[in-house]
Design a protein. Structure first.
Length: 225
């Protein structure tokens, strides 16, 4: 799971805050990406592509300039947040004290951030990131057997799909990813909950293979010592 962190690059305080947020995201086992080194300050196509490739966005709406007695955040950070929300990408924003959420941002989840008292904001952000990770689930890796089924899955034109079974109900079918590795052909099946069982179907050229619903348990063969 990849999280885009949108922030201002203009001050050391902004960079330090961004580093702390990136560390928090990585502590959840997630990957971080940013728009830094991609013409920071503008919502370029390269930045939009990184956002599209991400699974969530955290925007750091810190103080940039003051006009008529009001503080405003960095324009490109607001644009990146708006772009993510326009694409219905999961997102959350930290608003520094003095920045008022307006428009579409006021109706979405936001977290107040006080630089002199940052822990409450980081605790709330950790809860949000944790909930994203739980909803995303984890990726199961299945070795396809027999070998003929694996070869059928890896052949050009083949399709591989899977669905989870949990608490007596089937979820919808999803597309899986096939990876050929030395000695095995593997199916990568993201989105599993802790109690999910899984069923896999392969449609090759002239053949169809389907598994029974299998649990996630490890099967270990033990020998008497």
């Amino acid at each position: 799971m990849k999280i885009f962190v949108a922030y201002g690059f203009s001050t050391d305080a902004d960079k330090e805050l961004a580093n702390h947020v990136q560390t928090l995201v990585q502590a959840h086992g997630l990957t971080v990406t940013t728009g830094e080194h991609l013409d920071g300050g503008q919502l370029t196509e390269a930045v939009m592509e990184r956002i599209r490739e991400s699974d969530g966005l955290v925007a750091l709406m810190t103080r940039d300039e003051q006009r008529d007695g009001r503080w405003f955040t960095h324009e490109w950070v607001s644009q990146e947040l708006s772009y993510a929300r326009g694409r219905e990408l999961r997102s959350v924003a930290l608003f520094e004290d003095g920045i008022v959420p307006e428009g579409m941002h006021a109706s979405h989840r936001w977290i107040p951030y006080e630089p002199d008292r940052p822990l409450p904001a980081f605790a709330d952000l950790a809860d949000v990131i944790g909930s994203w990770k739980r909803r995303e689930g984890r990726t199961l890796v299945a070795k396809l057997r027999p070998d003929e089924a694996g070869e059928a899955a890896a052949a050009p034109g083949a399709t591989v799909r899977y669905r989870f079974f949990s608490k007596g109900d089937y979820a919808g079918w999803r597309d899986g990813e096939i990876v050929r590795k030395p000695g095995a052909i593997l199916a990568y099946l993201p989105g599993a909950d802790e109690d999910s069982e899984v069923e896999v179907e392969i449609r090759g050229v002239g053949s169809t293979w389907r598994s029974v619903v299998e649990p996630q348990w490890l099967q270990l063969k033990l020998e008497q010592a």
